[in-house]
Design a protein around this ligand. Structure first.
Ligand code: HAM
Length: 424
């Protein structure tokens, strides 16, 4: 028997309703904030990521799913930002308008060791604002992430923010860290000893206890930041304060991808265990130019949907919006039922029937299990009179309805039932 690949999941129909709920809420909010959906391929040239995310980023070094053919090496995308920037440049979107806002949903792939909240195929809901250096857009993006979390009913999360500064400031921070950590090299974990020369920033968010103790002693202030970057960060914080977005400044937050500059942020949740980030993002003011496009500044974020699922109780469950269930009695009614079902569906009334030869009782039970509110009975009597018996399960009533009036009547009942639901 075949099994799914480790670190991947089947999202079965019952769970898919929750996914749709999460996505529908996100779509509504992202539209309110004027973001437009973008869909890019799941495979890209591998070098897009090594160049975009950084040769020494963990994702590039260890986690890429590579597909090699004779001439090319492709990668299953490990994240969305680089792909969106590629699409922005390739499609000359900057020529259409200088400033654009995109959102995306979709699977991402990282060859990680699977554990709770860490998969090899997982899903992002992300947003990217391309073309502005204005701190207002950092503020918008972080408050958008906060609004999404509230709308999904997530409680108990913390937003951490920091600034890495511009590339010159980042270089200064790297030098500062290299200097401060040089003497501690022997006490660092093996991975951080390598990072000391290649990716020193990542030592700051190493999970190893010994490394944490060493980095906790570092007095990280904003000494490495130029006046512009300090001012930008001040503006971002005061904007978030003005909007009532709760956050804490975490000087150790550096993020694992090279493209980040200035504002970075992460949303943490205590219920998630070791993989405690629900989502993350920040500015990447040089990535578009780095990948061959114009010099435009950007900021964005992405949430991991599987991790969101661990901390939300999505409201939508079961029926998937089925309204009616048709029960036919006898061959003739079954033939006529096919036509009726077709008419109802084409008129926007979601309905189902029995395909398993159930008895009347069995069919009624099946309707009940589906949570359907209206059962339509079609037997010999009804055929003769050209009517359908409509049983309203919620109201506990039944009535004969002529075939001509059926669709209108069902639509009316739909409205009544949804009003009743709203009142409850
Ligand atoms: P990231 O922090 O690598 O950022 O991923 C964002 C979120 O995806 C994480 O916070 C986590 O919830 C989820 N995630 C990451 N890896 C896994 C995994 N193996 N299994 C399950 N969930 C996972 C980015 O990818 C950036 N592109 C975010 C961004 C957008 N920055 C600017 N714009």
């Amino acid at each position: 028997m075949y099994k799914r690949v480790p670190g991947t999941r089947d999202i079965l129909p019952e769970e898919v309703y929750s996914w749709q709920w999460i996505e529908e809420i996100a779509r509504g909010i992202l539209r309110n904030y004027a973001y437009q959906e973008i869909r890019t391929p799941v495979i890209e040239e591998a070098s897009l990521f090594s160049r975009g995310l950084g040769e020494f980023a963990e994702i590039v070094q260890k986690q890429m799913f590579l597909i090699k053919n004779k001439e090319d090496t492709y990668a299953l995308r490990p994240e969305g930002t680089a792909s969106i920037v590629r699409a922005y440049i390739e499609n000359n979107l900057d020529k259409i308008k200088k400033f654009s806002k995109f959102y995306y949903f979709g699977p991402m792939f990282r060859l990680e060791r699977p554990q709770k909240g860490r998969l090899r195929q997982f899903h992002h809901i992300g947003a990217e604002a391309i073309g502005s250096i204005d701190p207002n857009i950092d503020i918008e993006v972080i408050s958008l992430a906060d609004t999404l979390l509230r709308s999904w009913g997530v409680n108990g999360y913390q937003i951490q923010i920091n600034t890495l500064g511009c590339p010159e400031d980042k270089k200064k921070l790297v030098q500062l860290l290299e200097k401060e950590l040089k003497d501690e090299a022997a006490a660092l974990c093996q991975e951080c000893q390598v990072r000391l020369n290649k990716n020193v920033l990542r030592i700051l968010d190493c999970k190893n206890e010994a490394c944490k103790q060493i980095t906790a002693k570092l007095k990280l202030q904003d000494k490495h930041l130029c006046a512009d970057c300090q001012e930008h960060f001040k503006e971002v914080r005061s904007g978030l304060d003005g909007l009532g977005v709760k956050y804490e400044v975490a000087r150790h937050l550096v993020r694992g991808l090279d493209y980040y500059t200035r504002t970075v942020f992460e949303v943490k949740h205590g219920q998630l265990g070791a993989q405690d980030a629900l989502g993350a993002g920040g500015r990447y003011d040089n990535l578009v130019e780095e990948l061959g496009g114009p010099k435009v500044a950007c900021v964005g974020f992405a949430f991991g949907v599987e991790r969101l699922m661990l901390v939300t109780q999505p409201a939508a469950k079961t029926t998937g919006g089925l309204t009616a269930y048709l029960v036919t009695l006898g061959k003739e009614a079954s033939r006529e039922g096919r036509i009726l079902l077709d008419q109802l569906r084409k008129n926007g009334i979601p309905c189902e029937t029995d395909y398993e030869g159930r008895s009347l009782k069995g069919a009624m039970r099946a309707a009940n299990e589906l949570g359907v509110k209206l059962v339509l009975l079609l037997g010999e009597d009804e055929l003769k009179k050209n009517v359908v018996m409509v049983k309203d399960m919620a109201a506990g009533s039944q009535e004969e309805v002529s075939r001509q009036e059926l669709i209108e009547k069902l639509k009316e009942k739909l409205v009544q039932n949804s009003k009743r639901k709203d009142q409850n």
